[in-house]
Design a protein around this ligand. Structure first.
Ligand SMILES: *[C@@H]1O[C@H](CO)[C@@H](O)[C@H](O)[C@H]1NC(C)=O
Ligand SMILES: *[C@@H]1O[C@H](CO)[C@@H](O)[C@H](O)[C@H]1NC(C)=O
Ligand SMILES: *[C@@H]1O[C@H](CO)[C@@H](O)[C@H](O)[C@H]1NC(C)=O
Ligand SMILES: *[C@@H]1O[C@H](CO)[C@@H](O)[C@H](O)[C@H]1NC(C)=O
Ligand SMILES: *[C@@H]1O[C@H](CO)[C@@H](O)[C@H](O)[C@H]1NC(C)=O
Length: 732
C-alpha cells in the first residue's frame, strides 16, 4: 500500500455508507493505473461501501440491502435454532450455499454488498435470552460444527469467496437486558475454563477451522474489558492462538459497541471519551466500527488526530478490509467468479425445497400418546386449527428476516392437503382475551391442533424474558381445549417454555416443537402431523422448568452448579423437563455398535495425526447399525455422548462428542453409519482452559436416552492437545 491521506482513509473504518454496491472498474476506471491505496474515493473509482448486511437464515431487511424490483423476495430458511435441531451438518452447508448464492445475486445487482454478518453461534446459555433462537442451541460442539458447515457454505471452498461471512458475537454474549444490566454494560465474569470449554469453541470452529473472513466483537465486556477493546480475546486467542491472520481477516464491532465501551450513558464507561474508545478498539484489534442509529456516529479522524491510534494501525485495518473484498472478487471485473449470479438464482425451486426440508428435519416430536401420525384428510375429518400462528406465516421467520417468496402457514398447508379446517386465532401474551370463538370452532371439530408458544415479538433482540412459563392466556385456552374430550395436538414455536402444565392434561396427546420453521413451516408441521414426513429432530437446548428463572441469575455465567445455583445446560444442570437431545419418532429404532477396538495407545493416535491442531486429530470412526423395528420409514439422529473414568476426579460428565443424521431408514430395515469424531471431542478442559487427552476408561453412550453403549480404553500417558493462553497482565 502506498501512502494516503488518513482523513479520507479513516472514513472507511466506520460502517457509514448507504449506497448500493458498485463494483470498481479495474479495466477502464482509474484503478487501472493506480494501486488500491485509498478506499472509498470516487476519484479512484471506489464507491462507498456498506459493510453491514444480514442473512442469518436468508437475505434479510437491513441497511446494506436494498429490496425491490425483481429482488423483492428471497428464500427464508428456518432460523438457526430449528436448523440446529436437525443435527445435519450437510443441511447447514447447503443452506449456507443457498443463502450466499442469493446474497451474491443481490450484490451483483447493486442491492447488497459482499459482507454478511452471519452466523450467530454464541451458545444458548440462558433460556431467557431474546436472541437464543438465532443460534443453533446450547452445546459448544454442536455450535462449532454448525458454524464450520455454515461458513463452508456461505464462503464456498474456491479461491474466490462467494461472500464474506462473520462469526458473531465474540464473545460470551448471551444477555440483552435484565434489571439495570444490559448488553451495553454487562461485564460477563467468565472463568478461563468456561471460556475455553464452552463460550469459545463455536468461534474456534468458525474462525480457526472454517476460516471465516470476519468476526464481530460483542457489546458485553469479558472480565472487565469490553469485547471490542479486549486484546486477550481478539489478539491473543483469535489472531495468535488460532492463527487467524493468514488472509488478513478483519474484526468488525457490533453496531454502537464502541460507543458504549466509551463514556456513553448506559455503557461500560471503560474510556472517558469517544475518541479514546475508538482508539482502544482499534489498538486492541477491531478494524471496523459499526454505527447504528442508537449511538453517536464515530469520528475516527478526531481519534486519529488525538493520536488514539497510529498510522500503522490504520494501514493494517484498511489492508484487512480491502483484502477481504479482494478475496470476494470485488476487483475482479464482470467476468470474475460469481459475477454471473443474478435474479434467476434467487428463489430457485431447489432453494424452496431446501427450506422445506430444513423445517421438516428440524421439527421435534416432544410427546406422542399413540396419536400421531394422524390421517385427518378424509371427509368428516374436521380439524380445528387454533392459535396465533395457525394462519400467520410471518411469525414463523424469527429475527433478521427478509421477505419470503411465499408464506405457507399451517392453515394454508392443511387446506392444500384437502382438510376441512375450522380456524380461530388465539393470544400471544394477552391475558383476559375472549377465546369463545376458539372454543366454538374446537367444539365443531374432531381434532384440535393448537399453534402457540412464543414468537419473535416476545423473544427478540434487546429484550430478555423474565419468565419461561407458557403465557397464562395461552395456557388457559389450552386447558379449555383439553377439556372438550377431543384429542389435542400442541405445536409450539419459539424457544423455551416449560411444558410441565400441559404434559399431564388428559387430552393433550401430542406436542411438537417447530422453533422458527421459516417460509414453509406450516407445510413442514402438517406433513409431520399427517405422517407425510416423519419427525427426527432433537431438542438443541434443555427444556428447563419455569422455576429455573428464579434459581439461576441471568448474569451468572458459570456453567457448573454450586450451592443453590443449579448450573447450566444438559451437561451441568439436573432436572430438565425434556433434556437436550430429546426427540421422539413414529417408529422404534434399535442401535448396535459395530467392531471397535477396546484399547488405543494415546501416543499412537497422536503420532499418526497430521493435523496442525491436535484437537482436530481424527479418532477411529465408530460404526453403528441403525435398525428400524417399527412401521414408518424415518430418519434417525445418532447422538454420541462420552463419559467415563479418565483424568482427575471428579470424573467427566456426559458430553456430546459427535452426531450424525442417518436418512430414510425403512421399516424393518437396517442401515450402517459411521460416526466421525476427533481427539478434541473426548478430551477434557482443565481449570487453565487447556485441552488434555487422558488415559482411562471411556464410555460412549448413543442416544438420549441411551440406546447402546461401548467402553474402550486409552492407554499411555496424557497428551496436551491445546495449551490455552492465559489472561495475564496483557489482558485487555
Ligand atoms: C386418509 O383417509 C382418507 C379417507 O378416510 C383416505 O381416502 C385416504 O387414503 C387416507 N390417507 C392415508 C394416507 O391413509
Ligand atoms: C415402540 O416400542 C414400544 C415398546 O416395545 C411399543 O410400545 C411402541 O408401540 C412402539 N412404537 C412404535 C411407534 O412402533
Ligand atoms: C454393517 O455393519 C455390520 C456390523 O458392523 C457388518 O457386519 C455389516 O457387514 C455391515 N454391512 C454393510 C453393508 O456394510
Ligand atoms: C500459523 O501461521 C503461521 C504463519 O502463517 C504458520 O507458520 C504456522 O504453521 C501456522 N500454525 C498452524 C497451527 O496452522
Ligand atoms: C451398556 O450396555 C449394557 C448392555 O450391553 C448395559 O448392561 C449397561 O447398563 C449399559 N450401560 C449404560 C451406562 O447405559
Amino acid at each position: 500500500m502506498t501512502s494516503y491521506t488518513p482523513s479520507l482513509a479513516v472514513a472507511l473504518l466506520a460502517t457509514l455508507a448507504t449506497a448500493g454496491l458498485v463494483y470498481p472498474d479495474c479495466n477502464k476506471g482509474p484503478l487501472k493505473s493506480n494501486l488500491v491505496n485509498a478506499p472509498g474515493f470516487q476519484k479512484l473509482g471506489l464507491s462507498a461501501y456498506q459493510w453491514w448486511n444480514e442473512a442469518l437464515h436468508g437475505v434479510a431487511h437491513n441497511r446494506g440491502i436494498t429490496w425491490g424490483g425483481n429482488f423483492n423476495t428471497a428464500t427464508q430458511f428456518p432460523q438457526a435454532i430449528t436448523s440446529g435441531a436437525a443435527f445435519d451438518d450437510d443441511l447447514v452447508e447447503q443452506i449456507g450455499i443457498a443463502i450466499s448464492t442469493e446474497a451474491r445475486a443481490f450484490a451483483n445487482s447493486g442491492r447488497a454488498h459482499l459482507d454478511f454478518w452471519t452466523p450467530d453461534v454464541n451458545p444458548f446459555r440462558d433460556p431467557r435470552w431474546g436472541r437464543g433462537h438465532e443460534t443453533p442451541g446450547e452445546d459448544a460442539l454442536r455450535n462449532g460444527r454448525f458454524a464450520e458447515a455454515f461458513i463452508r457454505g456461505m464462503q464456498g471452498t474456491a479461491s474466490t469467496l462467494r461472500v464474506i461471512a462473520t462469526c458473531k458475537h465474540f464473545a460470551a454474549y448471551d444477555l440483552e437486558a435484565t434489571g439495570s444490566t444490559t448488553r451495553f454494560n454487562f461485564d460477563a465474569k467468565v472463568s478461563t475454563q468456561d471460556l475455553a470449554e464452552y463460550y469459545l469453541p463455536p468461534f474456534q470452529g468458525c474462525a480457526r477451522d472454517a476460516r471465516a473472513g470476519s468476526v464481530m466483537c460483542s457489546y458485553n465486556a469479558v472480565n472487565g474489558v469490553p469485547a471490542c477493546a479486549n486484546s486477550y480475546l481478539m489478539q491473543t486467542i483469535l489472531r495468535q492462538h488460532w492463527n487467524w491472520t493468514d488472509q488478513n481477516q478483519y474484526i468488525v464491532s457490533d453496531c454502537d459497541a464502541v460507543y458504549y465501551l466509551g463514556n456513553a450513558n448506559g455503557g461500560h464507561r471503560y474510556k472517558s471519551s469517544y475518541p479514546q474508545a475508538i482508539g482502544a478498539a482499534f489498538q486492541a484489534g477491531t478494524d471496523n466500527i459499526c454505527w447504528a442509529t442508537g449511538g453517536t456516529a464515530p469520528d475516527p479522524l478526531a481519534a486519529f488526530n488525538q493520536k488514539q491510534f497510529t498510522q500503522a494501525n490504520l494501514d493494517q485495518m484498511i489492508v484487512r478490509q480491502y483484502q477481504a473484498l479482494i478475496r470476494a472478487g470485488y476487483f475482479d471485473g464482470s467476468d470474475g467468479a460469481y459475477r454471473n449470479l443474478g435474479v434467476s438464482d434467487v428463489n430457485t425451486p431447489r432453494a424452496q425445497d431446501l427450506a422445506l426440508k430444513a423445517a421438516v428435519e428440524g421439527t421435534v416430536l416432544l410427546k406422542n400418546d399413540n396419536l400421531l401420525p394422524m390421517n385427518i384428510t378424509g371427509p368428516g375429518n374436521t380439524v380445528a386449527m387454533i392459535g396465533f400462528w395457525a394462519s400467520k406465516a410471518d411469525e414463523m421467520l424469527g429475527g433478521y428476516s427478509g421477505s419470503p417468496p411465499f408464506s405457507h402457514d399451517p392453515v394454508w398447508a392443511a387446506k392444500q392437503m384437502g382438510m376441512t379446517v375450522n380456524y380461530a386465532t388465539g393470544p400471544v401474551v394477552e391475558e383476559n382475551i375472549d377465546t369463545s370463538t376458539a372454543v366454538a370452532v374446537a367444539q365443531k371439530s374432531k381434532v384440535i391442533i393448537y399453534f402457540g408458544g412464543i414468537d419473535n415479538t416476545v423473544e427478540k433482540e434487546g429484550t430478555d424474558r423474565t419468565s419461561i412459563s407458557w403465557p397464562s392466556g395461552q395456557l388457559a385456552l389450552i386447558k379449555k381445549l383439553a377439556g372438550l374430550g377431543k384429542p389435542v395436538i400442541v405445536v409450539k414455536m419459539g424457544t423455551h417454555v416449560d411444558d410441565t402444565p400441559i404434559l399431564d392434561l388428559p387430552n393433550v396427546k401430542a406436542i411438537i416443537w417447530a422453533g422458527y420453521p421459516g417460509q414453509d413451516g406450516g407445510t413442514a408441521v402438517m406433513q409431520i402431523i399427517t405422517g407425510a414426513a416423519a419427525p427426527a429432530g432433537r431438542l438443541p437446548m434443555t427444556m428447563y422448568p419455569a422455576d429455573y428463572a428464579n434459581k439461576a441469575s441471568q448474569t451468572n455465567m458459570a456453567l457448573r452448579p454450586s450451592g443453590s445455583y443449579p448450573g447450566r445446560t444438559y451437561r451441568w444442570y439436573q432436572g430438565a423437563v425434556f433434556p437436550f437431545g430429546h426427540g421422539l419418532h413414529y417408529t422404534n429404532f434399535t442401535i448396535a455398535i459395530g467392531d471397535f477396538p477396546f484399547a488405543f495407545s494415546i501416543q499412537a493416535l497422536v503420532n499418526l495425526c497430521a493435523e496442525a491442531y491436535l484437537d482436530r486429530c481424527p479418532f477411529r470412526t465408530l460404526p453403528i447399525v441403525v435398525t428400524n423395528t417399527g412401521s414408518y420409514t424415518s430418519d434417525y439422529v445418532a447422538l454420541a455422548f462420552v463419559t467415563g473414568n479418565y483424568g482427575p476426579s471428579p470424573f467427566p460428565i456426559k458430553t456430546l462428542a459427535t452426531y450424525k443424521r442417518v436418512f430414510g431408514v425403512a421399516s424393518g430395515q437396517s442401515q450402517n453409519a459411521s460416526l466421525s469424531w476427533t481427539l478434541g471431542s473426548i478430551a477434557r478442559v482443565d481449570a487453565t482452559g487447556s485441552r488434555i487427552l487422558y488415559p482411562g476408561t471411556y464410555t460412549l453412550l448413543i442416544d438420549q436416552p441411551t440406546a447402546a453403549n461401548i467402553t474402550f480404553m486409552l492407554t499411555g500417558s496424557e497428551v496436551m492437545l491445546d495449551t490455552w493462553p492465559q489472561p495475564d497482565n496483557g489482558y485487555g
